[in-house]
Design a protein around this ligand. Structure first.
Ligand code: LHQ
Length: 272
C-alpha cells in the first residue's frame, strides 16, 4: 500500500509506517499528515496487524510542520495544516489533521514502536514521543522547535513531556528549545533505548516481531489502562484495572497463557 508521502508495509503481522519526504527531513505537509492518518487507521483496523513500527526515511525522523507550505486542507488556508505566513488559524489545522493522528496512535489497540532515526523536531518530536516503546538511533536528536518560531508546543508535547521527563525538564526543553541528543533523551526518560544507527531498524523490527507473537488484546487493554491513569485517583484506577482485567480474563490468549505455563510449553497466542 502506498500513500503519497508515507510508506506502508505489512509483513508477518507487523505494519511498518515510514514518513517519506526525506529531502526536507520528513517535514509535515498536508499530503504527509493525511497519509500518516490513513496509515495509522489502516493498521489500527486491520486485525492481522499485531504491532506497528513508525519511522522516517533518510537522515531525519520528522522535522515537524512544513514551514514552507502554505496551502491548507481543501485549498482553504484558514482550515488546513499549512503553517507558513501569518494570519491563519493554526489551531484549526491541528484539530482537523494532527489531533486525529496522534490520538489514533495512542489509542491504537496494539503496540506502536517509534524508531527515531534522526532529528525529531516540533510536531515530529510529539510523534516520536507518542510510541509505546520509543527507540532512538545514537545520532537521533530531539528539538522542541516551537518557541524558536514563536509558537507553543503542540500535538501533545505539553502532555507527554511533563509525564515522561518531569516538570523541570518539560519547562527547560520547551522554553530553551535546545536540540538534545539521544543519550540526553534517554537520561530524561523520553526514550526506552538508544541503539547504534545501523541497528535501529533491525531492533525495532525484532521488538515488533516479539510483540506480535504475544497476547495483543492484553496490550490493547494495558494501553487503555495507562492512557488515562494520570488523571485518575488510585481508587478510580483500581476500578479501571478491575474492569479491564475482567476483559483480559475472558480472552483465549489468557487461557492459552496459563495452560502453556502449567504444561511447561511455549504459548501460541492468537491475539484474541
Ligand atoms: C524543512 C523543515 C521544516 C520545511 C527542515 N519545514 N523544510 C504543526 C501544525 C500546525 C500548527 C502549528 O504547529 C505545528 C507544530 C510544529 O511542528 S512547529 C515546528 C516546525 N519545525 C521546526 O521549526 C523545525 C525547523 N527545522 C529545523 O530547525 C532544522 O531543519 C532541524 C533542526 C530540524 C534540522 O537541522 P539540520 O540537520 O541542520 O538540517 P537542515 O536545516 O539543513 O534541513 C534540511 C532540509 O530540510 C533543508 O532544506 P534545504 O533545501 O536547505 O536542503 C531545510 O529547509 C528542510 N527543512 N525542517 N520544518
Amino acid at each position: 500500500m502506498e500513500f503519497t508521502l508515507v510508506r506502508y508495509e505489512l509483513s508477518e503481522h507487523i505494519a511498518t509506517i515510514t514518513l517519506n519526504r526525506p529531502e526536507v527531513l520528513n517535514a509535515i505537509n498536508e499530503a504527509l499528515i493525511t497519509g500518516l492518518l490513513e496509515a495509522v487507521r489502516r493498521a489500527a483496523g486491520d486485525d492481522t496487524v499485531r504491532a506497528v513500527v513508525l519511522t522516517g526515511s533518510g537522515r531525519g525522523f520528522c522535522a515537524g510542520a512544513d514551514l514552507a507550505a502554505n496551502s491548507g486542507a481543501s485549498g482553504t488556508a484558514a482550515r488546513g495544516p499549512g503553517i507558513a505566513g501569518g494570519g491563519r488559524d493554526l489551531g484549526a489545522g491541528l484539530r482537523s489533521h494532527y489531533h486525529p493522528t496522534i490520538l489514533a496512535i495512542r489509542e491504537m489497540p496494539k503496540p506502536v514502536i517509534t524508531a527515531v532515526n534522526g532529528v525529531a523536531a516540533g510536531a515530529g518530536m510529539s510523534f516520536a514521543l507518542s510510541g509505546d516503546v520509543v527507540l532512538a538511533a545514537q545520532s537521533a536528536t530531539f528539538l522542541q522547535a516551537f518557541s524558536r518560531i514563536g509558537l507553543i508546543p503542540d500535538v501533545g508535547s505539553t502532555w507527554f513531556l511533563p509525564r515522561m521527563a518531569g516538570d523541570v525538564r518539560a519547562r527547560a526543553l520547551t522554553i530553551l528549545a535546545d536540540r538534545i541528543g539521544a543519550e540526553d533523551a534517554l537520561r530524561y526518560g523520553l526514550v526506552w533505548k538508544v541503539l547504534p544507527d545501523d541497528q535501529l531498524l533491525a531492533e525495532a523490527s525484532a521488538t515488533a516481531a516479539r510483540l506480535a507473537a504475544m497476547p495483543t488484546r492484553a496490550y490493547a487493554l494495558i494501553k487503555q489502562a495507562l492512557n488515562g491513569s494520570s488523571e485518575r485517583s488510585l481508587a478510580e484506577q483500581l476500578e479501571v484495572e478491575a474492569q479491564l482485567q475482567s476483559a483480559a480474563g475472558r480472552t483465549e490468549d489468557f487461557v492459552e497463557g496459563v495452560s502453556a505455563f502449567l504444561q511447561k510449553r511455549p504459548p501460541a497466542f492468537k491475539g484474541r
